[in-house]
Write a new protein. Sequence first.
Length: 225
Amino acid sequence: MEEEVIRIGDLIEALKKRWIMIVLITLIATLTSGLVSFFLIKPQYEASTKVFIGKEEGKGEAYNSNDIQMYQKLMKTYSETIKTKDLVNRALENVRTDLNEGDVLGGITVVPVADTQVLQIKFKTGNNYDAKQIIEALTDEFIITSKELVPNGNIRIIETVELPENPVSPNKKMNIAIAFLLGLMVSMGLAFLLEFLDNTFKSKEELERALEIPVLGVIPNIDED
């Protein structure tokens, strides 16, 4: 049995035949994504700061490569310290917010900058003022706690916290573009599937191509008035 060859023309014809369905599905997907992104998803604001972690100044001791390596190895410890419940609760005592311990822990991101003694602290929430004041409170408590853990350590803020003006999510343009592409692909796939499931012949050319014999005559469809 010979395999049926799918021609480019057949694919184009299938798309043309169901172009209204393709347009409607793509349009619905795009509009739905736009409505969800603009009106349903709550904007999220992110505030961040960077701190330098090193040895306490004023000791009169030389700062050598061993010190650098030691503090680089301590970065993981410092990162986990910031995300502890006790530290978060102490920070919340110094701010006026409706956020609780779980909200703060869920929004904290601590990223050690590779091969440096710099730690980046981020906090994301639905209110830009909350984002700023909580990241400041977390940093202050972290500096106090770090002194208790490593007495000769020195934590210095090298990037001040700014009030975030624009939300970091949702990415409305990206969401709409993805919805458009997904809607287009799904609708085209559905059009090809319906064409594959349709085993009727719409013209004598399709019949001739399927049976590989010429059509000798056509019975006209006569409407009775």
